[in-house]
Ligand binder design. Sequence first.
Ligand code: ADP
Length: 181
Amino acid sequence: MARLVLIQGDITKQKVDAIVNAANTSLQGGGGVDGAIHDAGGPSILEACKEILKDKGGKIKTGEAVITTAGKLPAKFVIHTAGPVWKGGGKGESKHLADCYRNSMFLAHERVLKTIAFPNISTGVYGFPKAQAAEIAIGIVRSLLEEEEAYNIEEVRFVCFDEENFKLYRQRMKGEMVDCG
Ligand code: ADP
C-alpha cells in the first residue's frame, strides 16, 4: 500500500516525480499555485502547455489532466489539471474535483511515476469550500491507491499552503504519516 503524506509548505519545493498544478482550462498560467509553479519552473512549462493545447482546440476540459516538463523545478514533471470553479455545488463541482485527482493519478501511473504531490485544488480563487474539498481529495486518493490503475504510485503528498487546509487535512489523516517539514 502506498504512503499518504501531509506537508504544510510550498509545492514548488517538492522533490517528487510529479507535482500537480491547479491550473485553468486554458493552461496560461495565472495567480496562486499556478503562478508560483510557472515562476519557479521557468518558460519551458508554458511552452509545453501551448504545444499540448494545439491538439486540443486551445483548452482542456475541467477535471482533465495533462503532463509537461517541470523546467527548473526539483520535480521531474508537472501535471496540470483544471479544477472546477465553485458555483454553489449544483454544477457537478464535486465530481469535477474528484476527476482532477483521479485523472492526475492515472496519468502518473501511466508514466510509471512513483511519487506525486497535490495542492488543494480549487480551494483558492475558485472558491471550493475547503472542508468539502479535503474530504473529496483524501477520499478519492485513498480509494485509487487500492486500484490497479494507480498501483505504480508509492507516495502521494498533500501539500497544504495555508494553515486552514493543513488543519482540515490533519484531522482527516490521523494515524497516517504527518510531516511538517
Ligand atoms: P484555484 O484556482 O484552483 O482555487 P489557487 O492557486 O487560487 O487555485 O489555490 C489553490 C490552493 O493552492 C489554495 O489552497 C492555495 O492556498 C494553494 N497555494 C497557493 N500557492 C501555493 C504553493 N506555492 N504551493 C502549494 N499550494 C499553494
